[in-house]
Design a protein around this ligand. Structure first.
Ligand code: NOJ
Length: 711
């Protein structure tokens, strides 16, 4: 038996041992990843025979032939199969489809997000795959950007915490590896346009964009994906400072880096920093990319570069060692116990999905406590709106409907609930009347009067509006964030009926919803709710559970107000546009409950600390209602005077706590030196002496304060 098959050696030792036996071509093959939909059938066959290191977008049933061909190669190195399991193993029809990352982030529930990761890993592994391209750690501050739905929202700290939790869940049983993406600054591209240049300084990178990835490194994330774009005119793919130095050397990243789709090619064809794919391949590898996703010429170019003596083997050896180490860690070389396919979409996974879906919903308005709906008063309910019965809109991006290729007419094998089905299921004693009312995109395609006629006959109207997949995702940035089509006309006409108007939003990103805030009796944000979004909405309306989600992203009044994230620096000319009212419609951290939480008695374990000390903040929270509820307690800080400007508020802690009706709970949170630090003008992370304002509350506008002195 060769040493690399000795299970008593560490993954790294086994990788080094195998590496020492490999030819240059065998090594380079490990560095390439190929998808069936970019090459001809003949080329695909060739890559399989070469024993290419990785394939993507292959589902379990199609892996057998590739594995067989790898087993025919000299060293029989198994390929690693990557898949976009973005919110569940969502490219596989029949798997558990969770709410989108944006929706789940509103739960602020790290335990459930970890569980979601564990469940997804099981389903992916049961399907015979090893690697998922998740989580997205991009920061969604420009709402025009098409991929806001894929993020954990706008706050770097929250993204770091939730990212670490989901990576832990994905990788805890060693079934698969995660991929933190897109490294770096992808969501911040100029004008909110996907894959464009990002104008950020090194200091800003360290303050805002790097911390979630550092958390991912500390959580042993198996891989990182290089973003498409560029920072200050250097493509990320060719960015030695950001990839090799910052990620690998400084953050101590131990896994491997994969480029995004065709990034190597784009260095030549789009970003134009390389004359040929060969030059682009050299640049990418030297900068720190270990695997190239889908630039088919990469393999031949790299072989030529070595033969011509134009690339140092040390880069190739390090890349291959990292890739092989992950393969050993995952047990791809060893006999593994198979996970039964029965887990895919199983009832235990559905239960976890239900829990996180419930906690992801955000109650934004509840005028006169119209919710929960009172039993007995309501006989007929009109369910209206383009997203009331549209599972594609509810799923959002990255499911088998849209990827790897768009497939509009697939019939879901999942037992899914739109809001219409949810309402019929929960309100069994009521007549449920349905009309679509209008289209999301085409304002001429409407049935507003028919919908209004149903509303007239009903005791209450539940309208489901929002957006559809054509309006977000890759290549689909949006300049106008108003409700599209005739949706606002529909809402205004329904309002005229005088019936209580409950509005449910199913959308990929924040839209401009000021009219809805002012005019709807209740307003609920779902974002993309997965299999069970519609059921959870109906349960919440019926009071079967108490809503507990809070927004992980702010909502502007007007499209041109974006970016409108909460943690900006203070300006001094009022900060408002002359033609739009100041402030957001809803801020990060906002969300209501059926309970009423009252905060009192904020206190610090010490009022003065040294720079390397921690402090504990405590607060008493009373549930002043007769219903048990979960509260997301949020802790923000502000460095009052510092050598460099700091944001007006920064989230530095949160806790989700269950507080029983009438009960008072003391919640404590720790603030450590890292939480108090800033990145100074020399790009160093330091704690400065001075005053820190500490804010603890139910959202970022409503809090108690305490002062801390740092000596
Ligand atoms: C494109 C996307 O940017 C990335 O998020 C995804 O994982 C890969 N390509 C693979 O589909």
């Amino acid at each position: 038996m060769e040493d690399y098959m000795n299970v008593n050696l560490s993954a790294d030792e086994r990788a080094k041992c195998l590496l020492s036996m490999m030819t240059t071509e065998e090594k380079i093959a490990q560095m390439a990843q190929i998808s069936y939909n970019v090459v001809s059938a003949e080329e695909y066959e060739r890559f399989q025979k070469l024993g290419i290191g990785s394939f993507l977008h292959v589902l379990g049933q199609d892996t057998a032939k590739i594995k067989e061909q790898a087993a025919q190669t000299r060293l029989k190195i198994p390929p690693i199969f990557g898949i976009d399991a973005i919110h569940g193993h969502s490219l596989l029809n029949g798997s558990t489809i969770f709410p989108s990352q944006l929706a789940m982030s509103c739960s602020f529930n790290t335990d459930l997000i970890r569980e979601m990761g564990r469940v997804t890993a099981k389903e992916v592994a049961a399907d015979g795959l090893d690697w998922i391209f998740s989580p997205v750690l991009c920061i969604a501050r420009d709402l025009r950007w098409g991929r806001v739905d894929e993020t954990f929202g706008e706050d770097s700290y929250l993204i770091g915490e939730l990212g670490a939790a989901v990576i832990d869940g994905y990788q805890c049983d060693n079934l698969i590896i995660a991929c933190a993406k897109h490294y770096l600054g992808y969501g911040e591209a100029t004008g909110g346009r996907d894959a464009y240049d990002t104008e950020v300084t090194e200091r800003k990178i360290r303050e805002v964009f790097l911390p979630p990835f550092k958390r991912a490194c500390d959580s042993n994330c198996g891989s990182v994906m290089t973003a498409y774009g560029s920072i200050d005119a250097t493509p990320l793919t060719a960015n030695n400072d950001i990839l090799r130095k910052m990620l690998k050397e400084e953050c101590g990243f131990e896994g491997f880096v994969v480029t995004d789709w065709e990034n190597v090619r784009a260095l030549m064809t789009n970003q134009k920093v390389a004359k040929s794919i060969k030059d682009a391949s050299k640049m990418a590898v030297e900068a720190g990319n270990d695997m190239s996703m889908n630039t088919p010429k990469f393999y031949d170019c790299m072989c030529e570069l070595v033969n011509e003596g134009r690339i140092d083997m040390k880069y190739i050896d390090d890349a291959v060692r990292r890739i092989l180490k992950v393969k050993f860690k995952l047990g791809l070389f060893d006999k593994k116990e198979k996970i039964s396919r029965d887990v895919i979409g199983c009832s235990e996974h559905r239960k976890i999905n239900m829990e996180i879906t419930r906690e992801s919903l955000v109650l934004l308005e509840n005028k006169n406590n119209i919710l929960p709906l009172k039993n007995g008063d309501i006989k007929t309910i009109a369910v209206i709106g383009p997203n009331a019965d549209d599972i594609q809109a509810q799923y959002g991006d990255w499911t088998y409907f849209s990827h790897p290729e768009p497939k509009e007419n697939v019939v879901p094998e999942n037992d899914y609930y739109t809001v219409l089905r949810g309402m019929k299921t929960i309100f069994v004693d009521c007549d449920i009347l349905y009309n679509k009312g209008c289209d999301i995109m085409d304002s001429s395609n409407e049935s507003i009067e028919e919908a209004a006629a149903l509303a007239e006959k009903s005791d209450i109207v539940v309208t489901v509006v929002g957006d559809c997949l054509k309006q977000y995702g890759e290549f689909r940035d949006r300049a106008d964030l108003e409700l599209s089509g005739a949706q606002l006309d529909l809402l205004k006409r329904l309002k005229k009926t005088g019936k209580p108007l409950i509005c449910v939003l199913i959308n990929g990103k924040p839209l401009c919803i000021e009219w809805l805030k002012d005019n709807c009796d209740a307003l609920i944000e779902v974002f993309n709710g997965g299999d069970l979004g519609g059921l959870a909405v109906a349960e919440m309306l019926a009071g079967r559970f108490n809503p507990s989600g809070k927004l992980s992203i702010s909502f502007p009044r007007h499209s041109a107000q974006t970016p409108c994230y909460y943690n900006q620096y203070e300006g001094w000319h009022g900060g408002r546009y002359m033609d739009v009212e100041a402030g957001n419609v809803y801020d990060f951290g906002y969300g209501m409950s059926y309970s009423d939480f009252v905060y009192d008695n904020i206190r610090l374990s010490k009022n003065e600390i040294d720079k390397d000390e921690s402090v504990i903040v405590s607060v008493d929270i009373k549930n002043n209602s007769d219903i048990d509820g979960k509260e997301i307690v949020q802790l923000y800080i502000n460095d009052v005077v510092s050598s460099i400007m700091t944001p007006v508020k920064q989230l530095r802690g949160f806790k989700k706590v269950l507080i029983k009706a009438g009960e008072t709970k003391t919640v404590t949170m720790n603030i450590n030196p890292e939480d108090l630090s800033l990145i100074n003008k020399n790009c160093e992370r330091i704690v400065e002496s001075g005053e820190i304002e500490i804010m603890v509350g139910s959202n970022n506008q409503d809090y108690l304060t305490a002062r801390l002195t740092v000596r």
